[in-house]
Design a protein around this ligand. Structure first.
Ligand SMILES: [Zn+2]
Length: 282
């Protein structure tokens, strides 16, 4: 009997998932007009909007580049909210002004790409600004997409100290610290003010990746970390578009996260962490 019931259950096409509203907590909307090098996804507004629609993405967080070369353009009409990208040179006045105007609703620190530890004194005033405007700070962690990055700066263990010393600031560990996933999970589990997303564990055209590889390097990792952290409110959905297609990555996440937590992980947690409640245009 149990078997028949299970069979019937799997025949119902994702009744819960049909109207699942999704927030992608990690994207880059530079819209260069070119094909992304690895994934070959067109880096265009048109493609982004198409994928948003396909995956029922109702809002996204976009990380501005650390070079500051791409001029700010509001994308709030698309429910895209942006993080200020902090580069080698830290322009506190610019960060302050951008947060004050609400051009930016979070701060991104590129550990590993920028050769500074998360606990470097130079970042202290940045954390103070995060506190002043009640915005989260997102850290790149783990493998750097560029060979000139330096991994010692990108180990998520360094975020523990920052989280303890700035207990009134929310921090987000991007990429689940990949491949230091255990560390990222532990830092998230241990600190009430640390959250995590598991974007870009694999990149490129995921429709061409063998199912066992998807399972081993993405699904299993997300499933393990989600279980270890023991708090469904700590985990968010993120892709790192245009490195992967949003609908492909959503499928990976759905296989890893128990369905009763989809609403929290795919939507509600990002609303809370990024304070989107008053800004979302529904
Ligand atoms: Zn990214």
């Amino acid at each position: 009997m149990l078997k028949i019931l299970t069979a019937l259950f799997t025949m119902i096409p994702n009744s819960y998932g049909e109207d699942l509203r999704v927030i992608d907590a990690h994207t880059h909307t530079n819209f260069t007009g070119e094909l992304e090098e690895t994934s070959k996804i067109p880096d265009t507004e048109e493609e982004f909007k198409k994928e948003m629609k396909e995956a029922n993405v109702v809002a996204a967080i976009s990380h501005a580049s650390r070079s500051g070369k791409v001029p700010y353009r509001s994308l709030k009409h698309l429910n895209i909210f942006q993080c200020f990208g902090v580069g080698d040179k830290i322009d506190l006045k610019k960060i302050d002004a951008g947060l004050k105007k609400k051009d930016y609703q979070c701060i991104k620190i590129y550990l590993g790409y920028v050769r500074r530890f998360a606990y470097d004194k130079a970042y202290s005033p940045v954390y103070r600004l995060a506190k002043k405007y009640s915005v989260p700070v997102v850290f790149h962690t783990g493998d750097t997409y560029s060979k000139s990055g330096m991994l010692k700066y990108a180990d998520p263990i360094t975020i523990d100290e920052v989280a303890v010393k700035n207990s009134d600031v929310k921090f987000v560990i991007a990429h689940l610290g990949n491949p230091w996933i255990n560390t990222a999970a532990e830092v998230t589990y241990k600190n009430d003010n640390v959250y995590v997303e598991a974007s870009a564990l694999l990149i490129g055209d995921l429709s061409k990746v063998a199912p066992d590889k998807l399972e081993e390097y993405a699904i299993k990792q997300i499933r393990w970390a989600f279980g270890y952290i023991e708090n469904p409110e700590k985990f968010m959905f993120g892709t790192d578009w245009p490195l992967v297609k949003i609908p492909d990555y959503l499928e990976i996440y759905k296989k890893a996260i128990p369905e009763e937590h989809w609403k929290a992980v795919f939507h509600d947690n990002a609303v809370k962490v990024f304070n989107l409640k008053d800004d979302l245009k529904l």
